[in-house]
Design a protein around this ligand. Structure first.
Ligand code: MTE
Length: 308
């Protein structure tokens, strides 16, 4: 099955619920997740401090259950419930993250060293998926900039490429969803160095559940969720713009490299003007840059209608 066939259905409901309720059911469109898989809680993270600058107090947080049972993680399957059901098929220890390319100090990190080396803060961010659903999530992590700076990027480091893990036991990596693996993503270096860009190792004060991208993932809150690569094993700084999984999909006509959240630029197959916040009945307006207007200066001079 190809992504183009999968999307319209997984946009709203998980396939099994869809079948259970019938295609015409308004209920199916409004209630995101019931008959959920049992969610396993991870170990508590020590020493997490809430960052008051990113408390997002005006927004209601999604529940731990929402965040851990309604997921996109194609390596673990293409239905929204597949990643939580197949969470045990991701092996998160031992885990190495290698940093290479245009850096003075390349390094292979064991995940335990990463967890010990960076103070972890809680930040509540909106997550807006390109499929027009959204959540509000209390992530635990540290700025990507702090991590990258430890490796002394050279002046030729113009872009940062991210690569997710591929493990043979993952049910989705044989490519039946129509996208190739490993899952690849990328940012311009100034986007990567922006204080909002976060490397995430937990949520709700607990070690990141596998379905959310354990043991370490990216979160770039002003971009569509597909930019936020999960279960990262490689970070490469480089001079040229890296190929990315979704930008290459369909000849590049559907998903841009920049992929900034923009209510005025529709996806070729659906509108981006509104979104369904998981847990809410009515659709709400999508905000430019997902509400993170402080990033606008990064795109001065770029045609934002082109780089959706
Ligand atoms: N990363 C990998 N490796 N594989 C994926 O399929 N899906 C992306 C992104 N990162 C994906 C991924 C998409 S489309 C979204 S919306 C977010 O992860 C979803 O994150 P969440 O499931 O934690 O909400």
């Amino acid at each position: 099955m190809r992504w183009s066939e999968v999307t319209p259905r997984s946009l709203y409901v998980r396939r099994r619920e869809f079948l259970k309720l019938g295609a015409g059911s308004a209920l199916a469109l409004s209630l995101p997740a019931f008959a959920r898989a049992k969610v396993e809680h991870g170990p508590k993270l020590a020493g997490v401090t809430a960052n008051p600058n990113y408390a997002l107090a005006e927004e209601k947080k999604n529940s731990f259950e929402d965040i851990t049972t309604y997921n996109n993680f194609y390596e673990l399957g293409s239905d929204k419930s597949d990643p939580s059901e197949n969470a045990g098929k991701l092996q998160t220890r031992p885990w190495t993250v290698s940093v290479e390319g245009e850096v003075g100090k390349p390094r292979k990190w064991d995940i335990e060293e990463i967890l010990k080396s960076f103070p972890i803060e809680e930040r509540v961010y909106r997550l807006r998926c390109v499929e027009a659903w959204s959540m509000v999530i209390p992530w635990d992590g540290f700025p990507l900039a702090d991590f990258l700076k430890k490796h002394d990027p050279t002046s030729r480091a113009k872009y940062v490429a991210f690569e997710s893990a591929v493990q043979p036991q993952m049910p989705g990596v044989k490519g039946y969803a129509g996208i190739p693996f490993p899952y690849l993503e990328g940012l311009r270096i100034d986007e990567a160095m922006h204080p909002l860009s976060l490397l995430v190792v937990g949520l709700y004060g607990e070690a990141l559940p596998n379905q959310d991208g354990a043991p370490i993932r990216l979160v770039v809150p002003w971009k569509y969720g597909f930019k936020s690569a999960k279960s990262i094993v490689k970070i490469r700084l480089q001079e040229s713009q890296p190929p990315t999984t979704w930008n290459q999909y369909g000849g590049g006509a559907e998903y841009g490299f920049y992929a900034n959240v923009n209510p005025d630029v529709d996806h070729p197959r659906w509108s981006q003007a509104r979104e369904r916040r998981i847990g809410e009945l009515l659709r709400r307006k999508t905000l430019m840059f997902n509400g993170y207007s402080e990033v606008a200066s990064l795109y001065a001079g770029l045609d934002l209608r082109k780089f959706y």
